[in-house]
Design a protein around this ligand. Structure first.
Ligand code: HEM
Ligand code: HEM
Length: 184
């Protein structure tokens, strides 16, 4: 009888940790950069670093979006390994729901960020390459997508807390679930 817990495959594991690390960085960078003073708020002679961090956030955000597309395509063509029967039905359903929400927010985050950037008066650059403007600058639309991006960021943080709590619970229980995604 098979009693070892089935694991995710190598590609899923590498993409999971690479994207998770970048997302942690993106959340920290986003929260840090919005507090930086604008050029107009600084005394003459002092230069604002705000634009530098905004451009870094946008380039990193578009990069992680590409990895997320790859991950979603991989996931659509490769099933998750089945959970053992020792995990109750409600826990399997809860895990499935949180994972779907994590995927949905992972996709919506860069889209809303890109939309607010398109509607702002500033350029959207990808590691120095200026991207074509898809829409005219529009303050109301920029504000709308800025709010969407912010709400999604807090939803994402909430989902990660639940996800992490479940991973820790399984690690303490020693049931092999958290090892399904471990790099070893
Ligand atoms: C997974 C990807 C992303 C994550 C986790 C993320 C996270 C965040 C967070 C936590 C903030 C600060 C809270 C807020 O005011 O919204 C923020 C702000 C911002 N993000 Fe993102 N972001 C992502 C992708 C992007 C992309 C792709 C762009 C644009 C190309 C972008 C553009 C912005 C801008 C312009 C702000 C400042 C908002 C403002 O001034 O109100 N983000 N992001
Ligand atoms: C330190 C933080 C994290 C830990 C310890 C962790 C751990 C895990 C583990 C153990 C699994 C496998 C669950 C199972 O066996 O059914 C998993 C799956 C998953 N994780 Fe994480 N994770 C972390 C961060 C993240 C982040 C930041 C995201 C995305 C924003 C994320 C998204 C997902 C998704 C979508 C799945 C489901 C994979 C699938 O079935 O396709 N995780 N995680």
């Amino acid at each position: 009888m098979e009693n070892s817990v089935k694991r995710y495959n190598r590609v899923q594991i590498i993409l999971h940790w690479l994207i998770a690390a970048i997302i942690f960085g993106m959340i920290a960078l986003g929260l840090f950069m919005i507090e930086l003073p604008k050029q107009s708020e600084l005394p003459p002679g002092e230069e604002s670093v705000r634009a530098f961090y905004f451009l870094l956030h946008k380039s990193m955000g578009i990069t992680v979006a590409m990895l997320i597309v790859l991950r979603v395509l991989w996931r659509l063509t490769h099933k998750a390994p089945v959970l053992p029967d020792t995990i109750s039905k409600w826990q399997q359903k809860a895990a499935g729901a949180v994972h779907i929400l994590l995927y949905a927010v992972m996709v919506a985050m860069p889209l809303s960020g890109y939309a607010q950037s398109m509607f702002s008066k500033y350029h959207t650059k990808f590691w120095g390459i200026e991207l074509p403007r898809l829409a005219e600058a529009d303050t109301e639309m920029r504000e709308l997508f800025s709010q969407v991006h912010e709400c999604l960021a807090f939803l994402l943080i909430g989902l990660i807390v639940v996800h992490l709590a479940a991973a820790i619970k399984h690690r303490i229980a020693g049931n092999g679930i958290s090892e399904r995604m471990s790099l070893k």
